[in-house]
Ligand binder design. Structure first.
Ligand SMILES: [Zn+2]
Length: 62
């Protein structure tokens, strides 16, 4: 398990892989009980259209 970044309040935008500051996040989505953060509305829209596409890709990376 890789904890790098957990000390900061950031989450990875699963669409573009940018680090998003949770405290300033304006674009979020909830999927299967987990909250996802996005840098922009366009990333959120992409995720909402096809969440599994991004989650499977994200999950395959360590
Ligand atoms: Zn993004």
């Amino acid at each position: 398990m890789n904890n790098v970044g957990s000390a900061l309040s950031t989450e990875t935008d699963v669409v573009c892989k940018m680090q998003v500051d949770k405290r300033n996040a304006k674009f979020t989505s909830e999927y299967k009980g987990k909250e996802y953060y996005f840098c922009s509305l366009s990333c959120k829209k992409k995720f909402d259209e096809d969440p599994e596409k991004y989650l499977s890709f994200y999950g395959s990376r360590k």
